[in-house]
Ligand binder design. Structure first.
Ligand code: ATP
Ligand code: AMP
Ligand code: MG
Length: 205
């Protein structure tokens, strides 16, 4: 089994509302300006598409309340679809960034978003942990009414998810000899955060 894909793979991790999707959108913009090919995919989008098709849910924030075996099927389906697509469209030196979570707070308990099977599918060069202060995260969650995050908005839950995200990132990195990069997404500094990530990715090319 190959240790890496021909293209560079990064997995972006962070608690709900820290700003992953927003920062990664900016990353694509910065990369385009420099002629660096970065494709960002959201693993939740792939899970949602399949969950909708199967009639499991009607919106993304309900996925984490599905039966764990259904979530597992969707998770593996999403990972395989992402790599199948990327393998067709990306070439050596291009960069795939997967917007996802290290830990999911399900209805029953905490579940890992980067288990061995996904790590072996993605073979990531780098795991990017996006962080902010607990207060900033909660205030971002509150301002963003497009998502349901009330179940992950208590300070002690945010803190615990942050700790678990770091711990799981390092644990998962052991499986695939991946780098871990911790990036602070400071308030009002979306572009700076995206720039830090782009520089790290360019360092891998
Ligand atoms: P989820 O895991 O639930 O998908 P996320 O990590 O992708 O969450 P976003 O949806 O990108 O989070 O961001 C949540 C909110 O925080 C958005 O309203 C976004 O505009 C805002 N935000 C993101 N980064 C910053 C920042 N650096 N400063 C201020 N607001 C920010
Ligand atoms: P997001 O928009 O990134 O919050 O993703 C939407 C939903 O998809 C999350 O709330 C989870 O239920 C699910 N999801 C995303 N990534 C993963 C993952 N790696 N493992 C399991 N579920 C995930
Ligand atoms: Mg997001």
């Amino acid at each position: 089994m190959e240790l890496r894909h021909p293209f560079i793979v990064a997995i972006a991790l962070g608690v709900p509302g820290v700003g992953k999707t927003t920062v990664l959108r900016k990353l694509v913009e910065l990369a385009e300006r420099e002629g660096v090919k970065v494709r960002v995919v959201n693993l939740g989008d792939y899970m949602l598409k399949e969950a909708l098709r199967r009639g499991y849910v009607d919106q993304r924030d309900k996925i984490r309340y599905l039966k764990l075996r259904q979530q597992l099927e969707l998770q593996i389906h999403a990972a395989n679809a992402i790599i199948a697509e990327a393998s067709k469209t990306l070439k050596e030196g291009d960069i795939l960034v997967i917007d996802t979570h290290a830990v999911i707070k399900t209805g029953i308990g905490f579940w890992t978003g980067i288990p061995r099977i996904l790590m072996e599918t993605f073979k990531p060069d780098i795991l990017i942990v996006i962080e902010a202060s607990v207060e900033e995260i909660i205030s971002r969650q509150q301002r963003d009414t497009s998502r349901y995050r009330k179940d992950v908005s208590k300070p002690e839950i945010v803190k615990s998810l942050m700790d678990q995200t770091r711990t799981l990132a390092f644990a998962a990195a052991l499986m695939t000899s991946s780098l871990v990069k911790i990036v602070e997404n400071k308030e009002g500094k979306i572009e700076e955060t995206a720039r830090t990530i782009l520089e790290a990715l360019k360092g891998l090319m």
